[in-house]
Write a protein that binds this ligand. Structure first.
Ligand code: NAP
Length: 255
């Protein structure tokens, strides 16, 4: 199936590694022009160099998505470089070290508010885009009523993001902008969270494998495939969806 992504203009937040990087590679392989950001410059520049090998326009700059002024300016520069925006993928998440109320405050900023800010920046560009689409990245943590204590704030914000994505699909649907959410289960990536867990908490890693119906963790490519599809005109009648990519980890009927 041709996804018709050739020539599309895509912004993906947090793309220097992990799922974001694979989303960018997937879009670039399909011929889309891409822009991304991350805080760490060295890793970002290495990723940008790799992306340029696909022969598509690539833009990136180090910026923190929670720095409203700097991020707004970055977003406008990225859109200007691409000559418009057809696809926006709100992927970025930041690991929080703080505890207690401060953990909730920071997680609200990193896992909900910055997605809202970025979406509001994207909308005016998408209104003039071709087959415009937004994909937000949540997590199956949103459905967990009893997550580990350290994951409570993250799970609650990811639930908020599923709600926000659904709301935005209705607010912007009449303009032809599709808004969908992808909720991954545990996804392995070299140097990522689950690589750390595999090395330092092998029992937890094995438990995660055993909980999935498919008895393994997912790959970043398996998540990126879902995002590439939902962002593409091939998904032209899909909006307001929340697609779990979790190997059957959540044992709920997915109405
Ligand atoms: N991996 C999983 O198992 C899993 C499961 C469910 C959901 N998810 C979701 O999938 C998305 C991607 O996760 P991931 O595991 O691929 O993350 P990751 O490996 O930690 O990568 C996060 C990316 O975002 C960048 N970033 C982080 N904070 C930033 C900030 N404040 N400003 C700008 N860039 C920032 C990072 O670069 P810098 O650190 O250099 O800024 C990096 O490029 C997230 O929304 C996450 O919640 C992941």
């Amino acid at each position: 199936m041709d996804l018709n992504l050739q020539g599309k203009r895509a912004i993906v937040t947090g793309g220097s590694r992990g799922i974001g990087k694979t989303i960018l590679e997937t879009l670039a392989k399909e011929g889309a022009a891409v822009a991304t950001c991350a805080r760490g410059e060295e890793r970002l520049n290495a990723t940008l160099s790799e992306l340029k090998e696909y022969g598509i326009p690539v833009y990136g700059e180090a910026v923190d998505v929670t720095n409203t002024e700097a991020f707004t300016a970055w977003f406008d520069r990225a859109a200007s470089f691409l000559g418009g925006v057809d696809i926006f993928v709100s992927n970025c998440s930041t690991r929080v070290q703080a505890q207690g109320e401060e953990r909730w405050r920071q997680t609200f900023e990193y896992d909900l508010l910055q997605h809202i800010r970025a979406t509001e920046l994207a909308i005016p560009y998408l209104e003039n885009g071709v087959d415009p689409a937004i994909v937000m990245i949540s997590s199956i943590a949103y459905a967990m009523a009893a997550p580990p204590e350290d994951e409570r704030a993250y799970a609650a914000m990811k639930a908020g993001l599923v709600s926000y994505g659904s709301q935005m699909s209705i607010v912007h649907g009449s303009k032809g902008i599709r808004v969908n959410v992808v909720s991954p289960g545990p996804i392995f990536s070299e140097g990522g969270t689950w690589d750390h867990i595999r090395q330092n908490m092998p029992d937890m890693y094995k438990r995660a494998q055993s909980l999935a119906t498919l008895k393994r963790l997912g790959t970043t490519q398996e998540v990126a495939n879902a995002i590439g599809f939902l962002a593409s005109p091939a998904a032209s009648f899909i909006t307001g969806a929340n697609l779990r990519v979790d190997g059957g980890m959540l044992k709920h009927v997915n109405y």
